[in-house]
Design a protein around this ligand. Structure first.
Ligand SMILES: C[S@@+](CC[C@H](N)C(=O)[O-])C[C@H]1O[C@@H](n2cnc3c(N)ncnc32)[C@H](O)[C@@H]1O
Length: 222
């Protein structure tokens, strides 16, 4: 029910999520999670979709995805164990965790074979490409190519490189990390390079917000 209202109204008044505990999290946590779900709904997510949430963190979007999807439809990868545990046990209601049977992996190598699924309908990466290297992106796209079918979509947020924010060329994660909890830098990528890289893996790229520096990219099989 809630989700149906969501797809029709981008800013619904959802009392139910206010049952969440006071969150030691970024301001706008609930709204951003809701926006993530709307992004996926607009791309065609349905209750029977199989979704892989790459770098799911403390389930900012996962909270919504898991509620919406049928049991067994949600798969999350998150190497930062404490963060994921907080999401599973402090954010997700226990009955949803038990009933929806989300599956999780702590894999750090963007290895999508972890869940034993041949393919996923949606690959989702929110605030991941804002911190990772081109090498990591290449790995994600190559894994997505291996685990996708003709209709699968890869949806990711990404900062656009500009004259003042040059293309990220380092081969390392620049963001908060699980080892010391430090680092908040965000990185920008040259969208033309991403487009070429995606084509090499058999994906076409659509820039969903071409006039914004922070965009969402949608990759589909060529
Ligand atoms: C900025 S957070 C975003 C979390 C979540 N997607 C969201 O929108 O709230 C980035 C997450 O990516 C995770 N991460 C870092 N390296 C990763 C890797 N190699 N594979 C998967 N996730 C990774 C971090 O631990 C962190 O939780």
């Amino acid at each position: 029910m809630i989700i149906r209202r969501l797809s029709a109204d981008p800013e619904p008044d959802l009392k139910s999520i206010d049952d969440l505990p006071a969150l030691p999290l970024a301001p706008g946590f609930k709204q951003e999670g809701r926006r993530q779900l709307i992004t996926l709904l607009q791309a065609g997510l349905s209750p029977d979709s199989l979704l892989l949430d790459i770098g799911c963190g403390w389930l900012r979007g996962g909270y919504w995805f898991i509620h919406f999807l049928n049991a067994g439809g949600y798969h999350g990868i998150e190497p930062w164990e404490a963060r994921l545990e907080f999401g599973r046990h402090s954010i997700l209601p226990p009955e949803i965790l038990a009933g929806k049977q989300p599956r999780f992996s702590g894999n750090e190598d963007y290895d999508f074979t972890e869940f034993g699924r041949e393919t996923f309908d949606f690959f989702f990466a929110s605030s991941i490409w804002s911190h990772c290297s081109k090498q990591a992106i290449d790995r994600m796209l190559s894994q997505a190519a291996r685990h996708s079918h003709q209709e699968s979509l890869f949806i990711t947020s990404c900062w656009r490189a500009t004259a003042t924010h040059p293309d990220h060329a380092e081969d390392r994660w620049l963001g908060k990390n699980k080892d010391d909890g430090q680092g908040v830098t965000k990185v920008h990528h040259d969208f033309d390079k991403l487009r070429k890289m995606a084509a090499g893996h058999g994906f076409g790229m659509q820039d969903l917000y071409p006039n914004r520096s922070y965009s969402w990219l949608k990759f589909s099989r060529l």
